[in-house]
Design a protein around this ligand. Structure first.
Ligand SMILES: [Zn+2]
Length: 184
């Protein structure tokens, strides 16, 4: 990530492969990003493209097999609402609200599994933006939920970890079995 090439005139964004449980990479703690350059910006664009196509409202870099501390989010709904992509580098949640919010969560790395989870309804996050500037954002409601879900990914944590051991193990077992069937 040190060679900076001039960007091609019209570069098509690339869709990346999303890894799924039980891929052990999903349990890895992602490493901080040390420099914000064109390669990283291109990668963030590819992550957004991948997220929109999935479709999803949040994606962490580790989900496309790059264990670095970067996430993208967009909670705008449907075609009629304009896109509002957010990319955060090295996000750090510095404050969580005391009020809780219930939301049925899913994850692009755990297809077709949904569960209601309670998380703080607001969060203050510090991060580096795609221009390399330090930023701070107060996230509320759905954005607060997505933010916490994605930052968890950077620490190797999945939303099913909140469900209790029995339920979590059942879900992982199901995916292991699917994987075994697919490769046999
Ligand atoms: Zn997820």
């Amino acid at each position: 990530m040190t060679v900076t090439m001039p960007p091609p005139i019209s570069r098509r964004m690339a869709k990346l492969d999303i890894i799924k449980v039980p891929d052990p990479l999903l349990r890895k703690v992602s490493t901080p990003v040390e420099r914000v350059d064109d390669d990283l910006r291109r990668f963030l664009d590819d992550m957004l493209e991948t997220m929109y196509e999935a479709p999803g409202i949040g994606l962490a870099a580790v989900q496309v097999a790059q264990p670095i501390r970067a996430i993208v989010m967009d909670i705008a709904k449907g075609e009629d609402e304009p896109k509002s992509p957010i990319a955060m580098i090295n996000p750090e949640i510095v404050e969580l609200g005391s009020e809780m919010r219930l939301h049925e969560e899913g994850c692009l790395s755990i297809p077709e599994v949904y569960a209601e989870l309670e998380r703080p309804a607001s969060a203050l996050v510090r991060y580096i933006d795609r221009e390399g500037r330090r930023q701070e954002m107060r996230c509320e409601g759905l954005l607060a939920t997505v933010l916490q879900h994605e930052v968890d990914h950077l620490d190797g944590k999945l939303f099913i970890d909140y469900l209790g051991r029995l339920k979590r193990d059942m879900i992982i077992k199901k995916f292991k079995k699917q994987k075994a069937l697919a490769s046999s």
